[in-house]
Design a protein around this ligand. Structure first.
Ligand code: PA5
Length: 408
């Protein structure tokens, strides 16, 4: 993984960088996600081996941090590694969506993972009730939750298998815990390689490696200009990353959009997830000519390991595009991203950088995930918010629970 920064980010900031690094090292003593790359995963691997080929589908009931990470990784790898089982996600109370997913799975050939840190999320529990009313065999369910949550108590009562989240790992930072690892492992994703990728970024940051400077520089820039460049666009040039950018939107938005810890100011950098080349034909106009309130990070894949090529044929009236003849699509998509990057650099007032991942594999997505978790923590520290809580989300949940009580 490489990170090329095209904006001036590092002048006279040595003291600030040192302080920021120390603050994160200190936070690492209490916040659990930092050291997930070196956790023991034997229990997850051993449990996965107990599943035989009669289970064709893994069904996740979860929302937000309990589903988006596993979905991002599964969908990233799907085009290159046919998964051994299909992974389905029930994330919505939209009845049409519930019915649509149900029509694709046979419950008798499925294992259901009920994932909720709090164990009391309305979306997850309502869908669980719906499925449990049809299929109440406890061995068809595995629960992932906090120890002593109401869901833990229920799962214990019916005698299902339960995995616990480390209490100091928050929902949206939990993809590299059992929350993401179990569903992925059950679909034969190489979770060791995933953690290996994350570990490379962790080592690089905490042990003076090549990513330390760019992460610190970027975080300081984003924080310093968070009122000027208050929108951060993540522009990924591969369809494989479309759910990764969704995961990023949740991580960045829910972690950084807050009231500051020691003031009454509301702050945040708005995340936008874009996919190239598709969004060149829509949102790009706003970046190039719109208000100068956006920074842009491009993600590129260095090696698609695929030689699909535009055929060398001449078509009447389309001769002006014969320049496309014989070009491999991987080269075309890279030329497209490079052309947009060049055009934006010419504008001179749009801060941008490029992240280049080696290929579509577990190690690369593990790196990207850990890189973005770290960047989120760094920016949160600098803009003085509690990166790990979500009072804004909680307030709506409380009102909904009141409304539900009053409805009865
Ligand atoms: O990051 C978070 O804390 C949230 O997005 C949660 O993951 C989400 O609200 C789901 O919560 P739970 O896992 O408790 O069901």
């Amino acid at each position: 993984m490489k990170n090329r920064i095209h904006f001036n980010s590092s002048e006279n900031q040595e003291v600030q960088k040192e302080q920021l690094f120390l603050a994160i090292e200190n936070e690492r003593k209490t916040i659990g996600y930092y050291d997930l790359p070196s956790q023991n995963i034997d229990e997850i691997l051993d449990y996965s081996k107990t599943f035989d080929s009669s289970i064709e589908n893994i069904v996740v009931l979860g929302i937000g941090g309990s589903s988006l990470g596993a979905k991002a990784i599964y969908e990233f790898l799907k085009p290159v590694k046919a998964p051994s089982r299909k992974l389905f996600f029930f994330e919505s109370t939209d009845p049409l969506n519930i019915m649509e997913i149900l029509s694709q799975i046979e419950l008798s050939k499925s294992h259901i993972l009920v994932i909720s840190k709090s164990g009391s999320t309305v979306e997850t529990i309502s869908i669980f009730k719906y499925l449990y009313a049809q299929e109440s065999n406890a061995s068809n369910y595995t629960f992932i939750t906090d120890k002593d949550s109401d869901l833990d108590k229920f799962a214990n009562k019916i005698g299902s298998k339960i995995f616990y989240l480390p209490s100091n790992v928050g929902g949206r930072f939990s993809v590299l815990s059992v929350v993401g690892l179990l569903p992925l492992s059950l679909c034969c994703v190489d979770i060791k390689e995933l953690l290996n990728g994350a570990n490379k970024v962790r080592e690089s940051f905490f042990n003076d490696g090549y990513l330390k400077e760019s992460l610190l520089n970027k975080a300081i820039f984003y924080a310093k200009y968070h009122t000027t460049y208050n929108i951060n666009c993540l522009f990924a040039y591969s369809e494989t990353l479309r759910y990764f950018v969704e995961w990023y939107v949740q991580l960045w938005g829910e972690s950084l959009g807050k009231k500051q810890c020691s003031s009454a100011f509301h702050v945040g950098v708005t995340p936008i997830g874009l996919i190239g080349p598709k969004d060149q034909h829509s949102f790009l106009q706003l970046i190039v000519e719109g208000t100068r309130d956006k920074s842009v990070t491009f993600i590129k894949v260095a090696d698609f390991e695929n030689e699909l090529t535009v055929p060398d044929i001449v078509l009447p009236y389309l001769e002006s595009l014969d320049t496309l003849n014989g070009i491999p699509f991987h080269e075309l998509i890279t030329m497209q991203s490079d052309s947009v990057i060049e055009a934006l650099i010419e504008q001179k007032d749009i801060p941008l950088d490029e992240i280049i991942i080696e290929r579509v594999d577990e190690e690369s997505i593990g790196q990207l995930i850990y890189y973005y978790e770290l960047l989120t923590s760094l920016v949160g520290e600098l803009i003085n918010v509690n990166t790990y809580n979500q009072p804004g989300v909680e307030s709506g949940k409380i009102i909904l629970k009141e409304k539900l009580k009053n409805r009865r």
